[in-house]
Ligand binder design. Structure first.
Ligand SMILES: Cc1ncc(COP(=O)(O)O)c(C=O)c1O
Length: 463
């Protein structure tokens, strides 16, 4: 592993933090009945911990190109660890005074990325994309009780499950061969008049597909419904419109006209896990959260984040890490953060190009064209779907044996067929495909190495 810069960065910042509290009386060394930290034992336990952590895939390494996993930036790790010296709780300003203000500032920067700059909105961090979506659908249900939540069949499974938790009726809209929500199928459902909210996914989990948001915003004028954007994975791609193809670019441009947005800083935002974010266009939805707490909200008459959040205790450290990251890498088009995203996107386009260019025709990428974001999926050519699935699983294992970590995904087989055949399409039972999420900026530089390991692994299978 490369030399970790975090301990040295942290040491200097920790000194500075200690100076901030130098007005306090020294805490004496422990009394005889209090156990002093036993540094030798702690060191031994930490060595054992490190050994246990060795039993992981190397998520931080560019040869890990499987699931949505990206290492947090050193500034995020250092800021998180620094904040833990204080261990603030962003439920209320009582427990997280500075970190609540930092959360409000960081969330405003995310809102500005989506075009909500200088306009009122309500938003906060959550512990995950699931909880952020829960908040958005809970508000949607309060505004349109009894009406349906609908999402594409390629939307994250969390929407159906959250709707069940909230006891809201849920409906699924078919997706097209690009994995995008099918507009005419959506309109069929809207005609029934019982749809309260359409969940629009910008960056589906399986293939990074981008639902046609601009067209859905137009449909809203005719049918009147709420639009919730699940951009947990894909939200940050709003910063690189020049790297996207149409119609994804138009979809991202339409975000600012929606009612609520979810984005996960712990996916593409370089944060440790425990950092989702939900934004509401209309700050008046804050009324649904109104509650009394006899225990908190004493120290300030300003808004406490617990007053607008379903979660109570939340890690102030997550807000501090996000704030510090965005201070270093502002969320602006053309900035260093945006260039990192574009690097992964370039890697995905290049991998897709090489798969399509294979002289022996061994690989079958999506028939409809290149990926919309930075997730590449492909089928392995074979006589039957079950042979293709078997080969994909064997290649997946052979790659792992070469330290290249890809992922597997079950997708409709007709997505890979150049000519569609309605009879075959309706009997489609799916096929196991290879999937690679190229979300690290370094993936662009590592693509040759990834390709060599991948093609070597394929030779092994054929032999
Ligand atoms: C589009 C989308 N929405 C929601 C989620 C759930 O987010 P989390 O895993 O942070 O709860 C995911 C996770 O992959 C996702 O890709």
């Amino acid at each position: 592993m490369a030399q970790d810069p975090v301990p040295a960065l942290l040491a200097r910042a920790a000194e500075r933090l200690s100076e901030e509290f130098s007005f306090l009386p020294e805490v004496d060394s422990p009394a005889p009945h209090e156990a002093a930290p036993d540094l030798e034992r702690i060191t031994a336990v930490l060595e054992e911990t490190a050994h246990r952590l060795g039993d992981n895939y190397p998520y931080f390494h560019p040869l890990y190109a499987g699931q949505m996993l990206k290492p947090p930036h050193p500034v995020a790790r250092a800021a998180y660890a620094l904040a833990m010296t204080i261990n603030p709780n962003n439920h209320a300003r009582d427990g997280g005074r500075a970190s609540s203000v930092m959360e409000i500032e960081a969330v405003a920067e995310i809102a500005a990325m989506f075009g909500w700059e200088g306009t009122p909105f309500l938003g906060h961090l959550t512990s995950s994309g699931t909880v952020a979506n829960l908040a958005a659908l809970w508000v949607a249900g309060q505004l349109a009780p009894g009406k349906r939540i609908i999402a594409s069949e390629q939307a994250h499974y969390t929407h159906q499950r959250i709707s069940a938790v909230l006891k809201l009726p849920f409906g699924s809209v078919p997706a097209d061969a690009r994995g995008r929500m099918h507009l005419s199928a959506l309109e069929d459902q809207l005609r029934s008049g019982d749809v309260g909210t359409v969940v629009v996914t910008l960056g589906t989990t399986a293939i990074g597909a981008v639902d046609p948001l601009a067209e859905i915003v137009e449909l809203r004028q005719r049918y009147g419904f709420r639009i919730h954007v699940d951009a947990a994975y894909g939200g940050y791609f709003r910063l690189i419109p020049g790297s996207l193809a149409e119609p994804a670019r138009s979809a991202y441009a339409a975000i600012e006209g929606t009612d609520s947005i979810v984005v996960d800083p712990h996916k593409h935002g370089l944060q440790p896990y425990g950092c989702g974010c939900v934004l509401f266009r209309d700050p008046a939805v804050g009324r649904f959260y109104k509650h009394d707490s006899p225990y908190t909200y004493f120290t300030s008459s300003e808004l406490h984040l617990g007053e607008i959040s379903l979660e109570c205790s939340r890690a102030g450290a997550a807000a501090v890490a996000l704030w510090a990251t965005q201070r270093l890498l502002p969320l602006v088009p053309g900035g260093e953060f945006a260039r990192g995203l574009a690097g992964g996107r370039n890697a995905a386009l290049e991998l897709d190009r090489r798969l399509r260019a294979d002289q022996e025709g061994r690989f079958e990428p999506l028939a409809a064209g290149p990926p919309e974001l930075d997730i590449v999926v492909w089928k392995i050519a074979a006589g039957t779907p079950s042979q293709s699935s078997d080969r994909a699983r064997q290649i997946f294992a052979a790659c792992a044996a070469r330290n290249l970590h890809l992922a597997l995904v079950q997708l409709p087989e007709h997505w890979f067929r150049p000519v569609s055949d309605p009879a075959q399409d309706s009997a489609d039972r799916g096929v196991t495909c290879l999937r690679s999420v190229l979300m690290k900026p370094e993936h662009e530089r590592w693509l040759d190495r990834i390709w060599t390991a991948y093609t070597d692994a394929c030779q092994g299978i054929r032999g």
